[in-house]
Write a protein that binds this ligand. Structure first.
Ligand code: NDP
Ligand code: AKG
Ligand code: MG
Length: 748
């Protein structure tokens, strides 16, 4: 596989494929991967790389680089596949455009992103870029369901070293605002397809015109659950007017929480409604001018402000926006020192991380003066909003959760084969005219051609979407839940909402597949998400664990929510995806790529990214290699690595957050030392012990000097030669500044 970011990989499929991604995790990889390669080489485990960075994917889309993502996607079907997947940027449009601009500056001949494609050639370019946009990696690699949990050592560390938690007051004004009708939750319809076939999605216009084909041919498999739903634009706008007024009346910060990256078609559109609703006078007066200049509310306030200088009316529009900022409710700030509001960039506030951070902070978000205040958290669709309100209610009634005593809520998530909403972007449409959207049989499915399976009366501007969930994925998910319940003895709760058509269908499948499992002695329940939240919190407060078994969206939400409350960050989670064909995908943590970490590195040569997720994933990946290849040394490496990770936690060698402490690079040096010591001390493999004894000794000798060196470099701005595609030599120089450490690692 090609490699824009690091050393080149062997041609044959390596035992482990390590992904090269973006931002902080990609930079951390520059320091960690040489250590991993050195240690694994000694045990005959080969480690290759696959470049799935945003830059790499853009270049691949235009034939300027190999398509590593496609190859990795194919590899997920191989029973021997072992893949370590670090978080990558799921690019919003502003991020995609910034990456294109950087690559063009570097001399790559890439076309501009066509905002308004008019020719076929432009439409092709647009389609190629749109395939790279948003969450374009995870759905390709996630050919299995997910098992995310806090390892015992991580939980033990959090209990003895509790992270800070903001206090919750019973008088907190923080609450969630969500729609009570005409949203995705309320309009959902669901059908099970008896046999494989093809369906078409079309809009039959109300004016009697020809049907508009929205999706020509959508393949469906036997037993697949197909849903359709829509959000009414009119209902959304009414709701937003009310939410703005409520935030103003309550004098709390208005904040909006969406997933514009993963729900890359629907959520930027909803974000656009939010921006327009906040600035109604400006869009009334200048909406046409802005649209003609290509300045879209969907791209956020920052994009609009950046384009105003080029417009004759620019100053008037800027003044109007400013006036409305002062008139409206106070806005939550993403960065108050730089004046970045919650409405600046659609990908700055991502619900899975933003809501838990707010809850952890006692229900507070940042205001314009750098202070913290209560918030009205706007989550337009009501499908999952109730979960957050339930947590808020619980914290108001019982105070903040206590990491020293609280139990755990691990997750078994349905995500295989692009399950549910997160696979819906190629079936999501902004409705162009009033009419009826129909999902119609074109071939197979066990129904007559022309049968309308699902339909909705819609209006111009509504957001309509269909979701698919394959039967085999559901069956595998139910089995994984039983396996985890058996392994832990904890109750497993399926979070399914009887008010939702899709969830009712899934619940009936769960019951069917549970009947085929041995569940003797296990406590397995199905509860609606709000009741499940309440039960899980009540048990957590008693120190008891409860497995949450959820669909794809709640998988995403819960695997940040509970980890952030329990262990301070989702970066410390073990995140295993047993691939349905037998391979193993090991994701690192549940968090993303934390762009603010890169800024800190650039400004002061300090990377606070915690690679604990990578350490945990690597140990699991090594065990999988041992299992599929019979190389017992891989198990020895894995056990030693887990022991080293436990020591690293106990001895507090994880990155601190501030200059002068251990950063990412320092923690890697400690890991290498502890790992070598464990390998030298183990008795399962005498050769490995002999091989690592001198390594442990040399690392031990230089460690104090290396750690001092790694602290000494801190405190100055550094140059990486690019954000999305840093210069390899510059990035290596920054991430591997210790010659003494490098000499030992490179000699392994
Ligand atoms: N699996 C994937 O590929 C995912 C990708 N993303 C992408 O990541 C980017 C940022 O998303 P965002 O929602 O801000 O989420 P992040 O998880 O990147 O950031 C939220 C916060 O979590 C903390 N954090 C997360 N991981 C680590 C770590 N390893 N070490 C230390 N702290 C960590 C940091 O908080 P603090 O510094 O306050 O402790 C960080 O600011 C986006 O481009 C998004 O699309 C997001 C989620 C998953
Ligand atoms: O793919 C993405 O954009 C985000 C994935 C994510 O947040 C998760 O799986 O936890
Ligand atoms: Mg997530």
């Amino acid at each position: 596989m090609t490699d824009h970011n690091a050393n080149s990989a062997p041609a044959a499929t390596p035992d482990i494929v390590y992904t090269l991604t973006d931002e902080a995790p990609m930079l951390a990889t520059r320091s960690l991967l040489p250590i991993i390669k050195g240690f694994t080489r000694a045990a005959d485990v080969s480690v290759g790389t696959a470049d799935i960075s945003l830059a790499g994917r853009i270049l691949a889309a235009f034939g300027l680089a190999d398509d590593d993502l496609a190859r990795l996607g194919a590899l997920t079907q191989d029973p021997a596949a072992t893949i370590i997947k670090l978080p990558n940027v799921s690019a919003s449009l502003p991020q995609l455009k910034a990456a294109i601009a950087e690559l063009r500056d570097k001399g790559y001949e890439l076309p501009d992103y066509p905002d308004e494609p008019t020719t076929d050639a432009e439409r092709e370019v647009r389609a190629a870029y749109d395939a790279v946009k948003g969450s374009a990696v995870n759905p390709v690699l996630r050919e299995g369901n997910s098992d995310r949990r806090a390892p015992r050592a991580v939980k033990a560390y959090a209990r003895s070293h509790p992270h800070s938690m903001g206090a919750w007051s019973p008088d907190s004004k923080t609450r969630v605002a969500t729609m009570d009708a005409d949203d995705f939750r309320h309009n959902e319809r669901s059908v099970v397809i008896p046999e494989a076939g093809t369906v078409q999605i079309r809009l039959v216009p109300a004016d009697g015109g020809q049907p508009v084909v929205l999706r020509e041919a959508l393949p469906v498999t036997a037993g697949e659950v197909v849903d359709a739903t829509f959000m009414s634009a009119r209902a959304l706008d009414e709701f937003l007017v009310g939410a703005n007024a409520a935030a103003k009346a309550d004098d709390v910060l208005l904040s909006v929480h969406l997933k514009a990256t993963m729900m890359k078609v629907s959520d930027p559109l909803i974000f656009g409604h939010v921006v327009r609703a906040f600035f109604p006078m400006t869009f009334n007066a200048f909406g046409l001018v802005l649209a003609e200049a290509g300045l879209r509310a969907e791209d956020g306030l920052a994009s609009i402000l950046a384009g105003l200088d080029a417009l004759p009316e620019g100053e008037r529009i800027r003044a109007s926006l400013q006036e409305e900022l002062e008139l409206g409710p106070r806005l939550n700030m993403v960065d108050s020192t730089r004046g970045i509001t919650n409405l600046h960039v659609p990908s700055d506030v991502i619900i899975d991380a933003s809501m838990p951070a707010m809850i952890r902070a006692g229900g507070k978000l940042w205001d314009a003066d750098g202070g913290q205040d209560d918030t009205l958290a706007v989550i337009p669709d009501s499908s999952y909003a109730g979960v957050y309100q339930a947590v808020i209610d619980d914290c108001k009634a019982h105070g903040a959760l206590d990491p020293r005593t609280m139990g755990s809520v691990p997750n078994v998530g349905l995500m295989a084969r692009k399950a549910e909403e997160y696979g819906s972007h190629d079936k999501t449409f902004l409705i162009p005219a009033d009419g009826t959207v129909e999902v119609v049989v074109t071939q197979g499915t066990g129904r007559a051609a022309g049968t309308v399976l699902l339909s909705h009366a819609v209006e111009d501007g509504d957001i309509w979407r269909a979701c698919q969930t394959q039967d085999a994925a559901v069956r595998d998910w139910v089995h994984l839940a039983v396996v985890r319940a058996r392994a832990t003895g904890a109750p497993a709760v399926f979070w399914l909402d009887p008010e939702r058509a899709h969830d009712r269908t899934i619940a009936s499948l769960v019951e069917r597949y549970l009947a085929a499992e041995d569940t003797t002695g296990l406590d397995i329940r199905i509860l609606d998400p709000v009741a499940a939240t309440r039960l899980s919190l009540e048990r957590a407060r008693r120190g008891e664990d409860t497995i949450s078994v959820t669909g794809n969206v709640l998988r995403d939400y819960n695997t940040d929510l509970f980890p952030i409350l329990e262990v301070g960050t989702s970066a410390k989670m073990l995140s295993v995806v047993p691939l349905m064909n037998g391979g193993g995908l090991y994701e690192t943590g549940a968090g993303g790529s934390a762009p603010k970490h890169v800024r800190q590195l650039l400004e002061e040569d300090y990377l606070r990214w915690d690679s604990l997720g990578e350490f945990l994933a690597l140990a699991e990946a090594l065990r999988h290699v041992a299992q599929v290849s019979g190389n017992a040394r891989a198990t020895v490496l894995a056990d030693a690595l887990d022991a080293a990770t436990t020591t690293l936690l106990e001895e507090e060698r994880s990155p601190a957050r501030r200059l002068g402490g251990i950063d990412n690079r320092g923690s890697h040096a400690w890991l290498a030392l502890y790992w070598a010591r464990e390998l030298a001390a183990q008795t399962a493999d005498a050769d490995l012990a002999a091989r690592f004894a001198p390594v442990a000794e040399r690392l031990g000798e230089v460690n104090e000097a290396v750690q001092a060196e790694l602290v000494a470099v801190q405190g100055h701005p550094v140059e990486l030669g690019g954000y999305y595609l840093p210069d390899p030599a510059l990035a290596d120089a920054v991430m591997r500044p210790s010659a003494a450490l490098n000499a030992i690692i490179d000699a392994l």
